[in-house]
Design a protein around this ligand. Structure first.
Ligand SMILES: [Zn+2]
Length: 608
């Protein structure tokens, strides 16, 4: 988004322009599914006010680009920013109308992006509703005028009228996308709170075991509520979409891509992802990073604590499912940690960039923001969380754990940053952790994992050798392509500065022109060309840079990879052994399974 600083100052200088009434109507016409129309009925007390499209902090999809036919019933309007419309109209009632013309949807579609089909779609959210600047806390009403056969599922607050909803303010309005259509639906109650599971199937959906699917969600919810003791919501809605990928957390709902073909082969296929997004209801949505704003049309500035918001959410997605007794891909906690540590030690980015530096480029930054390194705030944060958990268990002689830190941060309503996390950890363990936060969070340093595993009588062993898969040497393909939306060129992203690609002089952001003389215009074309290379092949790479063209020849070779194994220290103390036993056997909080369902179909049935 283009925002000139003078415009920002001018916008902020205006006090609230309107009060009392904002009534939204969103209309989908089944005869024209190219988009939807929105009407906002406003009672104004000023003659100048502004409407804006919010930027999502994580995925700023900039749907202000697709607003068409903006009109006002009285007065006039001008666009004062890419995402801001200014209206000048006499006091009183003003009707604002616009159409959201959906861009062509790529296949598969991201679960949080809106879509419309004859059997349903996803509408509203930051992609659909404008909000009134200066009146962000004003409650609003939303009426949905949708095809008659469609059911509605959303985090918006229900009213007696099934087509009318309310939101406590602009942030709740845009953080409550609406899934509507021919939905399947189940409900259950945990801790007295109502949970609704909605599934939108494709017309050719594969049948799956819906009982196992919903029951696993209920057990996940049960474990999260057992950890925190209470929820930041009164009712919660799972919005599952067939034919989509990815997921996005919201304050009292979640949008998740849930291909029925995946659920058909395993009803728990999405469990880890669902547990992750559900945990975000606390750790990210309720416990917000200090840089988060309630709502804004400007892009989210970098966030320093995503290692905690994402990494501890990874940690707890794994923990909640182990506590619920699910069989996970990583059979044991040790196997899980071995896998994470193996990724960690093979990536030089973690020695070079602090957790905060990697956090700051995790959202809304182009790939290549770390130069020829690529890193995961999720992985780094999960390992930091694991180490802190061990420090707390050791210092408290097994009486406390990271669970107490999560509860303390949630109960205090703390804004999340390194200082508040450090304070919470130090309070829980009654120990000093400034050294740890200085060394691994605020500055770059490779986690000395044996120090922390040693507290529970475990240690790592590192072995190195050629990277192999199924007995065959791996080719060094540690490079990939990236395509900016407004750029026709595929840009290279060098994922590791020790790769053959970096050694041949290539760098992240280089604009790719040709491979072996043949132009490459898409990232998938680059991927398939790379996958066709064999060890011993050479490939001529021609790129462009701000300084001019560059060409080099890369010889395809294998590469070295380290593997981490974890085993027991032979002379572990009694405390170490006792801590190890409790760390290895997750505390379980068993639930009486079963759920009240509106779905009367047999156990394995076609999801319609
Ligand atoms: Zn996440």
């Amino acid at each position: 988004m283009i925002v000139h600083s003078a415009v920002v100052v001018a916008l902020l200088a205006h006090p609230p322009a309107v009060k009392t009434v904002a009534q939204y109507t969103l209309r989908v016409d089944s005869a024209d599914l190219s988009g939807w129309s929105v009407e906002i009925r406003l009672r104004t007390v000023r003659d100048t006010f502004r409407l804006a499209m919010a930027a999502h902090p994580e995925y700023d999809d900039r749907y202000w680009r697709y607003v068409k036919d903006f009109t006002v019933s009285t007065g006039s309007f001008t666009k004062v920013d890419s995402a801001v419309w200014q209206i000048v109209a006499p006091h009183g009632m003003v009707m604002v109308r616009y159409r959201l013309a959906l861009p062509p949807a790529p296949s598969p579609r991201a679960a949080w992006r809106p879509f419309l089909t004859p059997t349903g779609g996803l509408v509203g959210g930051p992609h659909g509703f404008m909000y009134l600047l200066g009146a962000e806390r004003m409650p609003v009403t939303v009426t949905l005028d949708l095809p008659a056969s469609w059911t509605i599922a959303t985090g918006l607050t229900r009213t007696a009228d099934p087509h009318s909803f309310t939101a406590a303010g602009a942030a709740a309005l845009v953080d409550s996308p609406i899934l509507a259509g021919h939905l399947r639906e189940w409900r259950f109650v945990e801790n007295g709170l109502s949970h609704r599971v909605c599934y939108w199937p494709l017309p050719d959906a594969v049948p799956f075991d819906t009982l196992a699917f919903v029951s696993s969600l209920r057990q996940t919810v049960h474990q999260a509520l057992a950890l925190f003791g209470r929820a930041p919501y009164r009712q919660y809605t799972f919005l599952f979409e067939d034919g989509a990928y990815g997921a996005l957390e919201h304050r009292n709902s979640v949008t998740l891509g849930a291909p029925s073909k995946d659920l058909g082969s395993d009803p728990h296929a999405l469990l880890v992802e669902t547990a992750h997004e559900f945990f975000h209801t606390w750790n990210l949505m309720a416990m917000q990073p200090s840089e988060y704003r309630e709502i804004d049309y400007r892009a989210q500035p970098p966030v320093s604590s995503l290692w905690f918001s994402e990494g501890l959410t990874m940690f707890y997605a794994d923990q909640l499912l182990r506590r619920a007794g699910f069989q996970l891909h990583d059979s044991t906690r040790i196997a899980h940690l071995e896998r994470l540590l193996t990724s960690y030690v093979n990536n030089p980015a973690y020695a070079r960039f602090s957790a905060e530096a990697i956090s700051r480029v995790a959202y809304n930054a182009a790939p290549g923001a770390l130069g020829d390194y690529s890193a995961s705030t999720h992985l780094q944060g999960e390992l930091i969380g694991t180490a802190l958990d061990l420090v707390i268990r050791d210092a408290s002689h097994g009486r406390r754990s990271m669970d107490d830190v999560m509860r303390s941060l949630f109960d205090r309503g703390s804004r999340i940053d390194a200082a508040s996390i450090e304070r919470a950890v130090a309070t829980v363990c009654r120990c000093r952790v400034t050294f740890f936060f200085d060394k691994y969070v605020r500055n770059a340093g490779t986690l000395a994992f044996d120090t922390y595993l040693g507290l529970i009588g475990l240690r790592t062993t590192l072995t190195s050798g050629p990277a192999v898969t199924n007995g065959e040497p791996d080719r060094d393909l540690r490079i990939y392509g990236w395509h900016a939306e407004d750029d026709s060129l595929v840009h290279l992203i060098v994922a590791d500065p020790t790769s053959i690609w970096a050694n041949a002089g290539l760098h992240s952001s280089d604009g790719l022109e040709r491979l072996n003389g043949v132009p490459v215009t898409t990232t998938s074309e680059l991927r398939s060309r790379l996958l066709s290379l064999r060890i011993g092949d050479t490939v001529r790479v021609e790129v462009v840079r701000p300084t001019g063209p560059f060409a080099t020849t890369v010889s395809i070779a294998g590469y070295e990879r380290a593997t981490v194994r974890i085993d027991s220290v032979p002379d572990a103390t009694a405390q170490q052994r006792s801590l190890r036993d409790s760390w290895l056997s997750p505390r379980t909080d068993s639930t009486a399974a079963g759920f009240s369902s509106e779905d009367k179909s047999p156990r394995s049935s076609k999801p319609r």
